[in-house]
Ligand binder design. Structure first.
Ligand SMILES: C[S@@+](CC[C@H](N)C(=O)[O-])C[C@H]1O[C@@H](n2cnc3c(N)ncnc32)[C@H](O)[C@@H]1O
Length: 248
């Protein structure tokens, strides 16, 4: 897929993966006994919808990391508009090599991004950055049923071959040195309202703009296929929010 068409699809959307503010708030409610001015790290923040919600839920500094500068610029714009620029520091860095000292954060947050490293790999790599008793909250695409129709199984076997079941991820959490606090499946609305619906609208505008470009049209078709697949098979897979505490 050309990067140009990828970013045509993925620019100026409210968010860049399934999620919503209700789910961010719900997950944060399971984070207990952290200081009022807790230091939070948001990994793979994108344009920062969840970062802005975290700023409402807490009083301390938030470091938001991504590798795509336009997303960080958009987050900086949103933070300025809300008058919270002094609390949010966008940092252009990779989740594979986070440039922070050990024991720097009370909470590590990551919505729709840990898959880039792999769930277990991310949990293990980021653990040293957490203070003792710190929390990690992350969403991850998971199988919700053991038996899956071929069509959906095949799509995700190609798009995300290391996708696990919830039970497998619970084991990975314990093995990576965390204690699960809570987990829940993101509701359908978290896929549609701020992500797939705006993306569908964008795709149909682009289909018009690229009507003479076969490669671009093929990419757009693939993107709409993912959306339609979710419409058909949403009971078989979903995004799960896992909230866990570093085990000492
Ligand atoms: C599916 S989006 C989720 C963004 C945001 N958390 C949200 O839910 O709207 C994944 C994000 O990870 C970022 N990303 C990709 N590779 C990365 C890396 N190596 N380190 C940090 N962020 C990365 C992308 O630029 C993108 O913003």
């Amino acid at each position: 897929m050309s990067m140009e068409i990828f970013f045509d699809i993925h620019s100026n959307l409210p968010r860049e993966g399934p999620g919503n503010n209700d789910s961010t708030r719900k997950a944060f409610s399971y984070v207990k006994n952290i200081p009022g001015d807790a230091r939070i790290l948001d990994v793979g923040c994108g344009p920062g919808m969840q970062t802005m919600e975290l700023a409402k839920l807490s009083d301390g500094p938030i470091t938001a990391v991504d590798t795509h500068q336009p997303f960080l610029d958009e987050l900086a714009r949103r933070a300025a508009e809300a008058g919270v620029s002094h609390r949010i520091t966008p940092v252009n860095a990779s989740m594979f090599a986070l440039p922070f000292e050990p024991l720097s954060f009370d909470v590590i947050w990551s919505e729709g991004a840990i898959y880039i490293m792999g769930f277990g790999e991310g949990l293990r790599a980021w653990r040293p950055l957490l203070k003792s008793g710190g929390y990690l909250a992350a969403t991850e695409l998971c199988w919700l049923r053991d038996e899956r129709p071929d069509e959906v199984e095949r799509f995700w076997a190609e798009a995300y071959p290391s996708m696990k079941t919830v039970e497998q991820n619970l084991r990975i959490i314990a093995e990576a040195g965390y204690t699960l606090q809570e987990h829940f499946v993101l509701p359908d609305s978290a896929w549609w309202d701020d992500y797939y619906e705006p993306m569908r609208e964008r795709i149909s505008q682009l289909q018009d703009r690229y009507k003479n470009d076969r490669d671009a049209l093929a990419t757009l078709k693939e993107a709409s296929r993912e959306v339609e697949l979710y419409r058909k098979y949403s009971s078989y897979y979903g995004y799960v929010f896992y909230v866990m505490q570093k085990t000492d």
